[in-house]
Design a protein around this ligand. Structure first.
Ligand code: ADP
Ligand code: ZN
Length: 604
């Protein structure tokens, strides 16, 4: 009998469920409609793929992007699951073949685009098949509150109307409750069971690093992570090209990606990234939907994102396979100006503008927070993180040291005072560090005592001090679009020497991320990766369709010597054992012989 556990092992090569997966699978198997909200990498696909195998018959999956469908179908087939897709990329002949095998009951999982799913022809086709389950992937596309509204998703309620007895599962990674409600209503789900998982991405680490002269530090990071794939987000199209070029000159494998490139070039660069032919993509935010590469090891932002939603979504593309991922943001308050320019240009309506300013304000707060970054991000999405420190962000790894900042604070207050209480933080920091800007000269502020009085710290450090002083009420920010600093009672008390000002100690900004020691055999891992690339190219699929990194790492830990031992490894299904087992066992064998690794160290 095909119980859920035997299906899990046989077809997917896993021995247990991820959080929520089992409850979701149970609800689907009991015939209920389900709304599943799980973070990226939470394992949503399995929630309908596994029931599809237990149910038999046909499961129809609506998915927004052809590129994603293709990878999903390839992955399913590699696991011996009959899957297909019907979309506009198929020729007439191919489409007829797919239709025939559907009617013969030989397809278990069928992927279609939302446009296709509601066509009368398609509906009557699947009415003749034995449809047991309908899955709507990326279901937030149905909602205008979400970030990828697709009007054609609105018509999908037709599926429920046409097949009222077939359970529907809607899946999304979007956190906002308004979107969840929209999904349930717009798809006409009947009394759906809702599962909302945690949005915490445990395997990701978060770091914010000062942006000044970031390039050498970026190079240092990339040099320390030579075998890793990653995305570097830049604000402008030009910046992506320049950065890609500079990295190529340094010997890195990097390509640009942005909306200004011809479609064919864009597709080619994305494909090269997905196939592992190029390691680094320097991209604008146009690089997003359509990447489901699970082994992205880092997501770096060289410019400030416009809001936390975008930032979380972009960093969320790291580590979908559950392996570690680094999220690094090079931060300078100066980037705020660029975003302000965009907001002024693009937002016509006043409320819209206000919302945009409030959102970028939160992004600045994130960068400047002295507390745990993860806690901050989760709190933004309404989730409370139970621990004080997460251990996976720069704030928690090296907790902030507090020093007596009274002297520094006095310089800030004096400068605010001497410049007439009519300037914002950036200007004050410029005056303190003795900037040569015209504006300062024109205002005559290069002749006041405060000018250059703070050269002991950098401009970015002053900005952090000021932010903290505002937060603690030692100086007041008037808020609004162009916030101005003004002194208050506490400022006067500081100058009078009546109160002290504790501030967070500036930290050295050299090291981007600590290197983690591997506990697997790295030489074998690299060898297996090479083999995987060869095998994947032969099969014309991306490497992750063959095996995920975690699978190779487990092989490079237990050195399996037999097929049975290989089956015991994460992600090795029966179909993959048959197809790839011999070649991987041979490679492991050879490596063990060359390195004198004996049977006592090996499994199987
Ligand atoms: P999502 O669509 O939610 O982002 P995926 O369905 O792509 O997530 O799954 C994320 C990763 O988790 C994939 O690498 C997948 O192979 C893995 N995965 C899914 N289910 C399990 C499980 N039960 N045990 C171990 N790994 C799993
Ligand atoms: Zn933390």
């Amino acid at each position: 009998m095909n119980t859920k556990y035997s299906v899990l092992e046989k077809y997917f090569g896993y021995t247990s469920f991820l959080p929520h997966q089992e409850e979701i699978v149970d609800a689907v198997l009991s015939g209920r409609d389900v709304l599943a909200v799980m973070a990226t990498g939470g394992g949503k696909s399995l929630c309908y793929q596994l029931p599809a195998l237990v149910f038999g018959g046909l499961t129809v999956v609506v998915s927004p992007l052809i590129a994603l469908m293709k990878d999903q179908v390839d992955s399913l087939r590699a696991n011996g699951i009959p899957a297909a897709t019907i979309n506009s990329s198929l020729g007439y002949g191919e489409q007829k073949i797919v239709e025939r095998v559907i009617l013969e009951g030989r397809i278990r999982i069928l992927y279609v685009s939302p446009e296709r799913a509601v066509q009368p022809f398609f509906l009557s086709l699947i009415a003749k098949a034995d449809v047991r389950l309908i899955a709507i992937d990326e279901a937030h596309c149905i909602s205008m509150w979400g970030h990828n509204f697709r009007p054609e998703y609105r018509r999908l309620r037709m599926l429920k109307e046409r097949f009222p007895a077939v359970p529907v599962i809607a899946l999304t990674a979007t956190a906002i409750p308004a979107v969840q409600n929209d999904i349930a209503v717009e798809l006409a789900l009947s009394n759906p069971v809702r599962f909302v998982g945690s949005f915490n991405r445990k395997n990701l680490t978060y770091r914010v690093v000062p942006k000044a002269r970031y390039f050498p530090r970026l190079v240092a990071y990339l040099t320390e992570h030579p075998n890793d794939a990653g995305i570097i987000y830049c604000f402008s199209q030009k910046a992506t090209e320049e950065l890609a070029k500079k990295l190529q000159d340094k010997g890195f494998s990097a390509l640009p990606y942005h909306a200004g490139l011809p479609d064919s070039v864009r597709a080619e660069h994305q494909e090269a990234f997905s196939r592992g032919d190029v390691a680094i993509i320097c991209a604008t935010v146009a690089f997003g939907m359509g990447i489901d590469k699970p082994d992205v090891r880092f997501v770096i932002h060289t410019d400030l994102p416009k809001d936390i939603e975008s930032y979380y979504q972009e960093t969320g593309r790291a580590g979908r396979d559950g392996e570690p991922g680094d999220c690094i943001l090079f931060y300078s308050r100066g980037d705020y100006g660029t975003i302000r320019y965009i907001i002024e240009k693009e937002c016509t309506d006043a409320t819209q503008k206000d919302v945009a300013y409030r959102k970028v304000g939160m992004m600045l707060d994130y960068c400047e927070t002295t507390g745990c970054r993860r806690k901050f991000l989760l709190a933004y999405f309404g989730e409370s993180y139970p621990e004080e420190r997460c251990g996976g962000c720069d704030r928690c790894e090296t907790p902030v040291k507090v020093f007596d900042g009274t002297e520094a604070a006095s310089l800030v207050i004096t400068c605010v005072h001497e410049t007439g209480e009519q300037f914002g933080a950036s200007y004050i920091a410029d005056v303190l560090t003795g900037s040569k800007s015209n504006r300062i000269r024109e205002n005559g502020h290069d002749r006041i005592p405060a000018y250059g009085s703070g050269r002991g710290y950098t401009r970015d450090q002053w900005l952090l001090f000021i932010q903290e002083m505002v937060g603690k009420g030692f100086v007041t920010s008037t808020g609004g679009r162009y916030p101005v600093l003004v002194s208050n009672d506490r400022s006067r008390a500081v100058l009078a020497g009546e109160i002290a000002v504790p501030l967070a100690e500036p930290r050295p900004d050299g090291v981007v991320a600590a290197r983690v020691e591997n506990d697997y055999d790295e030489a074998l891992f690299l060898r297996l990766r090479q083999l995987r690339k060869v095998v994947a190219d032969l099969d014309r699929v991306p490497p992750f369709v063959v095996f995920h990194d975690r699978t190779l790492k487990e092989m490079a830990t237990s050195y399996p010597g037999t097929g049975v031992a290989l089956l015991g490894i994460y992600g090795v299904s029966e179909a993959k054992l048959k197809r790839y087992g011999r070649r991987f066992l041979d490679a492991i064998e050879k490596h063990c012989a060359e390195h004198g690794i004996g049977p006592e160290q090996r499994s199987g």
